[in-house]
Design a protein around this ligand. Structure first.
Ligand code: ARG
Length: 394
């Protein structure tokens, strides 16, 4: 009888390599590997070789970087969504994208299952599976790491040796790292002690602020309807824009964060993030909103941002609430057009200038100088009415 097919989200690391063999042998499936280039640095020839030698039927590799930025990263930036004030959601945002691509490959290959190499206690399993279920409820999902009895890296290595998966796996890795063009997430190892300061070796994109240049550097970022479209006055495509800001911010030690976060599955975990471009763009975007949105809209949008971040974190990307929030964010961003000047210096990014054709800032009203146009007399009546309910309330 012809074997059924499974499409596996494949990174080429130890976990997913062992998954290939395990799915083929234990589940008696034909394994199609799928790898996405989302800016983590993929090496297609190496991936192909590894997948084959682990026992895969074939491997599909897709460059999803542009789609990632256009459909996932920029909408989230525009929404102002940051999880627990510190995490720009790089890992979380990549999961629905990969899930969507997995479903595409599964359809093309006529597969019956999707599989992933996520652990059974993390957020990513939820994000993959909820996304797949939303897009293709008929597909089965297999999570080998929740099922198999290999409970440590050593056991996985032993399994790989036993099954003659000819892979060169170095000594035990110190950290668990997830990376893409929007940022890096680092956890485990010495970071599991929330009191311990992250060792300098965990950082790759950002310089230690202590060793960053002694002079500040400025960059201006142009936005159109809440989306960054240029750097220093020149139109710049999204991928270049992000990688330039990563390099620039990284040089100045901008974009590090250290967070004990609340996982969806009830666990608190400690994660280090590096996301220079995300940090700079978020800051600049908010500075432009400060200038162009009225008070009610700005404040309300911040509530939406919080909710949006939760949805992304919780794996609820392909849901009606998320679609509806996008409509709100789009409407709220109609006038978020203009530019912001950001100064980078020793671990800090600060918005130091902003301007927009839709600026609501009126110097004639704000000024304390001679040309003041604000009618102070009307303030008196306003204050009386405003404070009316509280008169005499201690
Ligand atoms: N805590 C982050 C999230 O849930 C990142 C998870 C992956 N982290 C890692 N170092 N492998 O989105």
């Amino acid at each position: 009888m012809k074997r059924k097919k499974v499409v596996l989200a494949y990174s080429g690391g130890l976990d997913t390599s062992v998954c290939v063999k395990w799915l083929a042998e234990e589940k008696n499936l034909d394994v199609v590997c799928f790898s996405a280039d989302i800016g983590q640095g993929v090496n297609p020839p190496l991936l192909r070789k590894r997948a084959k030698s682990s026992g895969a039927l074939k491997i599909a590799i897709q460059d999803l970087r542009r789609e990632f930025v256009r459909d996932f990263i920029f909408p989230t930036l525009k929404a102002g969504a940051v999880y627990e004030s510190k995490y720009y959601l790089a890992t979380a945002l990549s999961r629905p994208l990969i899930a969507k691509a997995l479903v595409g490959v599964a359809r093309k290959e006529n597969a019956s299952f999707i599989a992933h190499g996520c652990t059974g206690k993390g957020n990513d399993q939820v994000r993959f599976e909820v996304s797949v279920a939303a897009l293709a409820p008929d597909l089965g999902v297999i999570a080998p790491l929740r099922e198999w009895s290999l409970t440590s890296r050593e056991e996985e290595v032993a399994y790989a040796r036993r099954k003659r998966i000819p892979l060169e796996f170095g000594a035990g890795k110190l950290y668990s790292i997830d990376e893409n063009l929007w940022g890096r997430s680092i956890e485990a190892g010495r970071l599991e002690d929330p009191w311990a300061e992250p060792p300098s070796e965990v950082y790759k994109l950002t310089k230690d602020p202590k060793k960053a240049p002694g002079n500040p550097q400025s960059v201006t970022i142009q936005f159109q309807k809440g989306i960054p479209v240029g750097l220093n006055g020149k139109r710049t495509d999204p991928l270049t824009l992000i990688s330039r800001l990563d390099r620039l911010g990284g040089r100045h030690g901008v974009g590090r964060s250290d967070l004990v976060e609340n996982r969806l599955v009830g666990i608190k975990s400690r994660e280090i993030y590096e996301a220079p471009a995300a940090a700079i763009l978020s800051l600049a975007h908010e500075a432009l909103e400060n200038l162009t949105l009225d008070r009610n809209l700005f404040h309300y949008k911040r509530l939406i941002a919080e909710r949006y971040a939760e949805l992304v974190y919780d794996g609820l990307w392909f849901t009606p609430l998320k679609t509806a929030l996008d409509e709100f964010v789009d409407a709220a961003s109609e006038r978020v057009t203009g530019e912001v000047r950001v100064k980078l210096f020793k671990g800090n990014a600060t918005a130091v200038g902003r301007r927009s054709p839709y600026s609501l800032y009126q110097k004639s009203l704000a000024t304390y100088g001679k040309k003041d146009a604000f009618d102070r007399k009307i303030a008196e009546g306003f204050i009386k009415v405003w404070g009316l309910p509280y008169r005499g309330h201690k």
